[in-house]
Ligand binder design. Structure first.
Ligand code: NAG
Ligand code: NAG
Ligand code: NAG
Ligand code: NAG
Ligand code: NAG
Length: 530
């Protein structure tokens, strides 16, 4: 009946009336195991982490004083999980950075903004001691991965930068706060050097590995890695050939990177990934991003790499990722739908053995979780803003909060994906000490602005395995008006869209019963706690 557009006022009334008392609900069976064994995937509170484009690092953290907005966004997650934040600083601008002791903070050259790239990356960055020292403004306990220039193929630059990073982390301010240099990374996306002019067009994985070993030997000795807890992230490629003859973890392993002196300090392989590159967006593209099947196919293609990495007892992370390259697609990457993508993407990644997912961020990028600085140009098209936009969180930040609450502060949470036979509903259950605590469900059907019907899916809940069957639960909902909204979300009735990034508003309270099940409208995530 809804397919016919011949509405009269009375049929309109009828449609609304029917929708009000009997929303378009379909039922889906969900079986939740009451317990898991020790080999179910572990999830740490910093599963959702940040990768920061280093050119404007000081705009994130602060130069002479702390950027408290950014600090609060991280501290909120610490309060929920008890886990120390982990951040990576580097990316494209890592290969365009030099160190100079004569510069106090940083000097840099930016290309002019364009409509598709309103906030371009600096082409040239000269960092001074204060640039690295500013890491002291991070929350106490933060673990940092710092990227060092390899693209420039200048050993002096690699050496001076390494020494500056080590000096900063050895200073009392950082040591006393327990802010640690967990990892160094040498070079960003070296598989692209043959396309971007940093190396010859014939640059191969064997040439890369040999050259990396030479530079990394200097980095390793300069940083005295043998006498410290700092280790190295290997690979950090933009893509993967998944083969031993191309750029991939398998490729560096086949070229014996791990038996080299610096390779002995690689204990983590980092992979970069974007779901595509779109410099303009639309509702269809947003639905593609959110779709359960495309999230799974994007991530599952890395299964051979994860296996090859784990076979060598190394950890595997997504060291840089986000929705669409081009700093995000306008009206897609910056929206509430992207928050649902972020949540499903990070949680599904955990199921494949990806231990952390570092979402890439830069000042004014469309796909940010956080905009920590005042913006004077539109992130969507670069046009000047009549009123500067104050620091704020974007919709994806709610995904970090929801993942943090679902994982909780046990320090030993495990998560399993629930098998749900529905193309739009995904679900995960969370366990502490092997016992069921919470579940998250995501309805990734895009309800876009201007659409008229919003379906809802009923989940029929049953339990499997041994343990006490809960009879009731409390509910928190990520309420989204439209998938393409850029703001106005609430989580359990509360907002993080506040001037200081601290949670605001009054919590809502909702409970449900297992016998009654629960409804989840299109474009919503819910967490139920038993
Ligand atoms: C420090 O940051 C503030 C705020 O972003 C900026 O106005 C100021 O110019 C910066 N100072 C230096 C020395 O870079
Ligand atoms: C690293 O390279 C720099 C620049 O060539 C050199 O001065 C330094 O002695 C090297 N350090 C080590 C430990 O090889
Ligand atoms: C190499 O790096 C050093 C230190 O950053 C810099 O002074 C020098 O100009 C660089 N050399 C080239 C050829 O770029
Ligand atoms: C990744 O997801 C995008 C949608 O965001 C889709 O267009 C693309 O085909 C997917 N890639 C893979 C390898 O599944
Ligand atoms: C709107 O209704 C149609 C027909 O029932 C359904 O296929 C579509 O998924 C619905 N859209 C939303 C956002 O619920």
């Amino acid at each position: 009946m809804f397919a016919h557009p011949a509405y009269t006022p009375s049929t309109m009334f009828c449609v609304f009336w029917v929708a009000l008392i009997a929303p378009l609900v379909s039922g889906v069976a969900v079986t939740i195991p009451l317990s898991v064994s020790g080999d179910a995937p572990g999830v740490t509170g910093n599963l959702v982490s940040l990768s920061i484009e280093q050119d404007r690092w000081l705009d994130w953290v602060g130069n002479t004083s702390r950027n408290s907005f950014f600090f609060n966004t991280l501290d909120n997650l610490v309060a929920l999980t008890g886990s120390d934040p982990t951040i990576r600083i580097g990316a494209d601008s890592e290969d365009h950075t030099q160190f100079s002791a004569a510069v106090q903070f940083v000097q840099q050259v930016f290309p002019p903004p364009t409509a598709t790239v309103p906030y371009p990356e600096a082409t040239n960055i000269v960092a001074g001691p204060g640039f690295y020292q500013a890491a002291k403004f991070l929350p106490s306990g933060t673990g940092v991965t710092w990227g060092v220039n390899f693209g420039g193929k200048n050993l002096t630059a690699t050496f001076l930068e390494t020494r500056a990073i080590i000096t900063a982390f050895a200073s009392p301010a950082l040591k006393n706060a327990g802010i640690t240099l967990d990892f160094l990374e040498l070079g960003n996306e070296a598989d692209l050097y043959k396309n971007n002019g940093l190396r010859a067009s014939t640059y191969s994985i064997s040439q890369y590995t040999a050259e990396w070993i030479t530079f990394a030997t200097n980095m390793t000795r300069t940083a005295n890695l043998a006498g410290s807890n700092t280790r190295i992230w290997g690979a950090a490629f933009a893509d993967s050939s998944h083969s031993s003859t191309g750029f991939s973890p398998q490729g560096i392993f086949a070229n014996n990177i791990l038996s080299s002196e610096p390779g002995g300090f690689i204990n983590t392989i980092s992979q970069h990934h974007y779901s595509g590159s779109f410099c303009s967006g639309n509702g269809g593209l947003l639905q593609d991003l959110m779709t359960k099947a495309t999230i799974r196919s994007n991530l599952s293609s890395f299964t051979p790499d994860i296996q090859a990495t784990q076979d060598r007892n190394l950890d595997y992370v997504f060291g840089e990722t986000n929705s669409y390259s081009c700093h995000g697609a306008p009206g897609v990457s910056n929206t509430a739908g992207a928050a649902l993508w972020t949540l499903d993407y990070a949680l599904f990644a955990s199921q494949l053995g990806i231990s952390k997912v570092f979402f890439h961020e830069g000042i004014g990028y469309k796909y940010n979780l956080i905009q920590p600085a005042v913006l004077t140009r539109s992130i969507l098209n670069g046009s000047p803003l009549a009123t500067p936009q104050q620091p704020h969180v974007q919709p994806q930040y709610y995904a970090a909060i929801i993942a943090a609450e679902a994982i909780g502060n046990s320090g030993q949470t495990q998560a399993v994906e629930l098998s749900i036979s529905n193309t739009r509903i995904s679900g995960y259950a969370f366990y502490e000490g092997g016992a069921l605590k919470r579940a998250v469900f995501i309805n990734s059907l895009a309800f876009l602005a201007g659409a008229t019907n919003r379906t809802s899916t009923h989940l029929d809940l049953t339990f499997s395995g041994s343990g006490t069957k809960p009879k009731s639960f409390s509910v928190k909902r990520l309420v989204i008006k439209h998938a393409d909204d850029a703001s106005g979300l609430t989580w359990g009735g509360q907002t993080y869209e506040t001037a200081d990034a601290r949670v605001g508003g009054t919590p809502s309270s909702e409970t449900g019963t297992v016998a009654g099940g629960i409804d989840i409208p299109a474009t919503q995530a819910i967490m139920i706690s038993f």
